[in-house]
Structure formats: C-alpha cells, structure tokens
Ligand binder design. Sequence first.
Ligand SMILES: [Zn+2]
Length: 93
Amino acid sequence: MEMIKCPECNKEISKSNTSCSMCGFKVRDFNEQSEKEYKKDVKRSMLIKFVIGIVSAIVIIIAINIIAANQKMKSFQAEVNEFLLKWGNYSTF
Ligand SMILES: [Zn+2]
C-alpha cells in the first residue's frame, strides 16, 4: 500500500484514504490539486524549453548570417585590395 504524508499534520497515511485519519484533512482533494498543478508546471516548463529552443535557433541563424557577411566583406575587401595593388603597379609604369 502506498503511503503519503499528510500535508496538514505530516503523519503517514494510506494514499487510498480520502482524508487523513489523524486530523481529517482531505488528502484526495489536495493530491488531485497538486497533480493538476504539477501537470501545469510540466506544460509550462515544456513551453519555456520550446521558447528557449526557438530563441537559440534564431540566435544561431543570426550568428551564421553575421559570420557569412563578415567573410563576404573580407573577401570583397581582399579583392578590392588586390585590384588597388594591381592598379597601383600598372600606374607606376
Ligand atoms: Zn493529517
């Protein structure tokens, strides 16, 4: 038989009891209530994880775009430098 602690008087009572045999606290109502709360918490934490997942995915996409843009800029600057260098070499002739 599964035993639970009465939230009111902390005495161990059977889970099948609807109320505490010591103080008369309605354990079943409390258990159902806490189970609902627990399910709500699980849903909430799943939602938080989902949001964190989306946010981190967006951050990663933005970071990749920034890195790609930087690399494009660098290669563009390298091309410009090369061109200017060539131009400079030709103009000295
Ligand atoms: Zn009790």
